[in-house]
Each structure stands twice: as structure tokens, then as C-alpha cells.
Design a protein around this ligand. Structure first.
Ligand SMILES: [Zn+2]
Length: 389
């Protein structure tokens, strides 16, 4: 190197050394925390890009040399849980909450996460006592109460679920009446199956107290009324259920038809169906009306009505009914062909989902009050379509 250039560079080297010394003294902490936060954001970035292996590596390194990185612990723990490594998540969160000198906020946050881990691991007893402690401490009460409600729902302990839902109402100031009505319906079902009619009726009354238009309570009342031969009361409850929510038409029509038949009240049935046809175009209603035409006015009137309806709105079930009705008048090759067609359509319907959850998309062949997929209440609705309702 040229001597002149060395001389020129010397002051620069001194300056650089002085700056480094300065950083090593007062600036060391700032340097480390810069490094930490850049690592932290790198980890977050991996996390957001679903590169979870890389994120775990970064966060583990962070947690190693910064024992106070609480957020890191929390992020890492929920990462483990999401990956299904629940044991590691539990160890990590237990480690976090057992550390001395934590603020209450951080400690309860860690406990909530630990409760989530227990839920995921199926350790419901531990989760229950942890969330109960949090509720008693009035820490994260709404979230802890929601978790407790989930636990009691899972355990089908409806009385405790109602109790927690009431506490949740107090904690949030928001009504949980619709949910509480569902829990009373569950209790009513339990008592009805055990033959305790009065207790069942009592819980249905409490369901109505919470939710005057509770469809499930209306249907349960109607079932009990019909079993006691109180058909007029049953019909009233079924009709009210349909007027509250047309989505229940397919479910309500078969028992409603049977109640009308017991009452021998064709006129009231025809009036109700015809009024409903103005608002509801599903095939269940068309088929119920066809049955009534058949009983009141004969086969020709029934088939004429069915054909008109199918021209306006063709469905597989409607077509099957039409073929069934026409079968008598067919013979030979035509009858054989229609039998094949009918079998084919029956097979098509067998694999068909009739209901779907509006929240999570869970498909079901039968109606559920609580979605088996996302555990939401009253979100399962009938699917409208050519091969469905
Ligand atoms: Zn769902």
C-alpha cells in the first residue's frame, strides 16, 4: 500500500476504534436489543409466512439469551400448540407462569395459553380448574368463561354450562339468552328420555323464558304434545316454528303432517300449506301438498300439481315422486327403464349432504343443533338445490 494512503487512513482507523469503544461501553445494551428485535421480527416474519420450522429456531435462540422475552415464550408456545406439539407447549407455558416477578397481566396471559394447551391435550380437568381460578381472580374472565362453557358442553354438564353463561352475561354485559335456551333444551331432552315429563316441560318453559322463539323448544314441546295426543297444541307449536324460521320446513313437515292426519283436519292443513307455498319453494312442502291432494281430490289432481311444480322448479326428489306415482300406469320396457332411473336417483341422494354449517361449512346428512365441526349452535342449515331441498 502507498505510504500516503496509509497516513490518510490512520485518522479514520482511530475514529473507528473510538466509536467501537464507545459502543462497547454505553452502547452495548442498545446493540444487543437491536439484534434481539431484528431476530424477533425475523421470527415473526417466518411465522406469518407459515415457515414454522425457521420461526421456532429463531425464537428458541432468542429465548436462550434473553430470559425476559415473554412475548417470545408466548409466541413460541402457541406455535408448538398449533403444530400439535402440545407437550412442548405445556412445558413452555408452565415454565413461563412459574417464573418469579411476572406482572399479573403476563401471568394470566400465560395461564390462558396453558389452559388452551390443556384443552388441546384433552386434559379437561386441569383446564377446568385453571380457568375457574382465572374467573375467581377476575382475570380474563370472559375468555376463561367461554372456555369453561366449552368444557361443560363437551361434558354435557348443562347446569354448569348455564351457570357459566350467566356469569359471562355479567362479565360482558351481553345477553347469552339464546345459548342458555339451548342448554335448557338439552336438559329437557335428557329428562324426556328418562321419562321425567314434568322436569322436561319445566326446562322447556325456562328455554322459552330465555328465548321466546326458541325453535328447538317449540319442536320439543310439539313432540311431547303429540305423544300425549294433544295434536292441536302440537300443530300450533310446529306452525310457529316454521313461521320463525323457514329453514325448518323440511324437518317440521313430516311430524306436522302426521298431527294434521290425527286431527283429520285437511282443510286447516291445505290452508297452511297453500299459505306457505307463497313463501317457500322447497320440495318437502310440494310433496306434503301432493299427499294432501291425493287424499282430498285423488291421484290425478296430485300428479297435475306435482308436474306444475316440477316444471317451475325441478328437483331430484320431486322427479322420484313423479316416477313413483306414474309407475302404476307403466308396463314392460318403460317400467323397467323407469325403475333403473329411480334406483339411480336414490343412490345419488344417498351420498348427498342435506345440511351445512353456515359458520364452518361442515356437511351433514341429518340436522344437528350444535355443529359437530365448530361447536356453534343453530348454524346447521338445509342445503337448497336440485339434489337437496
Ligand atoms: Zn360449524
Amino acid at each position: 500500500m502507498n505510504g500516503v494512503v496509509v497516513l490518510l487512513l490512520l485518522p479514520l482507523a482511530f475514529a473507528a476504534g473510538w466509536w467501537c469503544a464507545l459502543r462497547r461501553g454505553g452502547g452495548q445494551l442498545a446493540g444487543r436489543s437491536d439484534e434481539l428485535s431484528s431476530d424477533y421480527f425475523r421470527g415473526l416474519n417466518y411465522l406469518l409466512n407459515e415457515e414454522q420450522d425457521k420461526a421456532i429456531e429463531v425464537f428458541l435462540r432468542l429465548a436462550e439469551y434473553n430470559r425476559d422475552a415473554v412475548e417470545t415464550h408466548l409466541a413460541l408456545g402457541s406455535l408448538f400448540r398449533r403444530r400439535g406439539e402440545v407437550d412442548r407447549a405445556i412445558r413452555l407455558h408452565q415454565h413461563l407462569v412459574s417464573r418469579p416477578g411476572l406482572s399479573n397481566d403476563i401471568k394470566t396471559l400465560g395461564l390462558m395459553e396453558l389452559g388452551d394447551d390443556y384443552m388441546r391435550a384433552g386434559l379437561l380437568d386441569r383446564a377446568e380448574s385453571l380457568f375457574s381460578d382465572l374467573v375467581a381472580l377476575q382475570a380474563h374472565a370472559p375468555s376463561a368463561l367461554r372456555q369453561l362453557i366449552g368444557i361443560y358442553q363437551h361434558e354435557r354438564d348443562w347446569n354448569k354450562a348455564i351457570e357459566q353463561a350467566r356469569l359471562l352475561e355479567k362479565a360482558t354485559g351481553e345477553s347469552e339468552a339464546v345459548l342458555i335456551a339451548q342448554f335448557h333444551c338439552e336438559l329437557a331432552d335428557q329428562y324426556r328420555l328418562q321419562g321425567h315429563v314434568e322436569a322436561a316441560r319445566d326446562h322447556l318453559r325456562q328455554a322459552f323464558d330465555n328465548d321466546a322463539n326458541c325453535i328447538r323448544a317449540l319442536l320439543a314441546s310439539a313432540v311431547m304434545d303429540a305423544s300425549e295426543q294433544k295434536y292441536a297444541a302440537a300443530i300450533k307449536a310446529y306452525e310457529q316454528a316454521i313461521s320463525v324460521d323457514l329453514a325448518f320446513v323440511p324437518q317440521v313437515l313430516p311430524p306436522l303432517q302426521s298431527a294434521y292426519a290425527h286431527q283429520q283436519d285437511h282443510v286447516a292443513a291445505a290452508r297452511f300449506y297453500d299459505g306457505l307455498l307463497q313463501r317457500y319453494q322447497g320440495i318437502s312442502l310440494v310433496l306434503a301438498r301432493v299427499d294432501l291432494y291425493r287424499q282430498q281430490e285423488g291421484e290425478a289432481a296430485a300428479q297435475a300439481f306435482l308436474t306444475r311444480q316440477l316444471q317451475a322448479r325441478p328437483t331430484v326428489r320431486g322427479l322420484m315422486a313423479l316416477i313413483d306415482a306414474s309407475m302404476e300406469r307403466l308396463d314392460g320396457e318403460a317400467m323397467a327403464n323407469f325403475t333403473i332411473l329411480n334406483d339411480l336417483m336414490r343412490k345419488l341422494l344417498e351420498g348427498q349432504m342435506m345440511y351445512r354449517c353456515t359458520r364452518c361449512g361442515f356437511g351433514a346428512k341429518a340436522h344437528h343443533w350444535q355443529c359437530p365441526g365448530c361447536k356453534s349452535w343453530s348454524t346447521i342449515r338445509p342445503i337448497m338445490g336440485v339434489a337437496n331441498e
